[in-house]
Design a protein around this ligand. Structure first.
Ligand SMILES: CC(C)(COP(=O)(O)OP(=O)(O)OC[C@H]1O[C@@H](n2cnc3c(N)ncnc32)[C@H](O)[C@@H]1OP(=O)(O)O)[C@@H](O)C(=O)NCCC(=O)NCCS
Length: 188
């Protein structure tokens, strides 16, 4: 239990956000068993792994990129169970720009966990790191995801047409973004 309390931020009474690291591989693989088919249509294919080695590979990839001040991965624990998370899919301090992504297993949807966790990442990117812009990319028909971007105060900047191949179809991809000045004005 101490491990859950340390190095984590409360999202609500029953939920916490903390770095998702290689030592969580077994927990992450078990979570992926609950999340896999739910997230598969909506996230990058490399994130949808089938076994412990695959889960460990995702965590290692993020750890290596974090070591270079790039991508970062954070898990959300609800009642002590890993149920999803948020990440910097890209993080480029020199360019002043990042992209945030997210996922949940079905039982954790509808509680505001992703909106709140994403706000923590935006605050860190804009306030602590001085970034200028944060993006959010989603399939144009991913209504739950675009609803999060909207709740965060992001603007839909455009659509990359037929840029997301899945299941034999090429789907449109929305690009949402928020600027640091807009975040400061919008921040709850
Ligand atoms: C996208 C995804 C993470 C969104 O999850 P979500 O639970 O809808 O998002 P949030 O955690 O922000 O919760 C918002 C919901 O909680 C409700 N809610 C409850 N308390 C809330 C609070 N304090 N703040 C905000 N929302 C709250 C909202 O009303 C909303 O519910 P509704 O959609 O029924 O109106 C989830 O649907 C998912 O994992 N989908 C598959 C993978 C995926 O698409 N990933 C993103 C790829 S771009």
């Amino acid at each position: 239990m101490n491990g859950v309390i340390m190095f984590s931020l409360p999202l609500r009474d029953d939920a916490r956000l903390r770095p998702l690291e290689i030592w969580h591989a077994e927990e992450f693989a078990a979570h992926m068993d609950r999340a896999r088919e739910h997230i598969r249509p909506w996230v990058g294919p490399a994130f949808v792994t089938d076994d412990l080695d695959g889960a460990r590979g995702t965590l290692r990839r993020y750890a290596e990129r974090q070591a270079a001040d790039g991508a970062r991965l954070y898990g959300i624990w609800l009642d002590g169970m890993l149920v999803g998370g948020v990440m910097f899919v890209n993080f480029d301090a020199a360019f002043g720009s990042c992209e945030i992504g997210c996922w949940l297993e079905p039982a954790a949807e509808g509680r505001g966990l992703i909106t709140q966790a994403s706000r923590t990442l935006l605050d860190w990117a804009f306030t602590d790191r001085g970034l200028h812009r944060a993006e959010w990319h989603c399939r144009a028909d991913n209504e739950r995801s675009s609803a999060v971007a909207e709740r965060l105060g992001m603007t839909l900047e455009g659509v990359r047409r037929e840029s997301w191949p899945y299941g034999g179809t090429r789907h449109d991809k929305q690009i949402w973004a928020i600027l640091a000045s807009e975040w400061r004005a919008h921040r709850p």
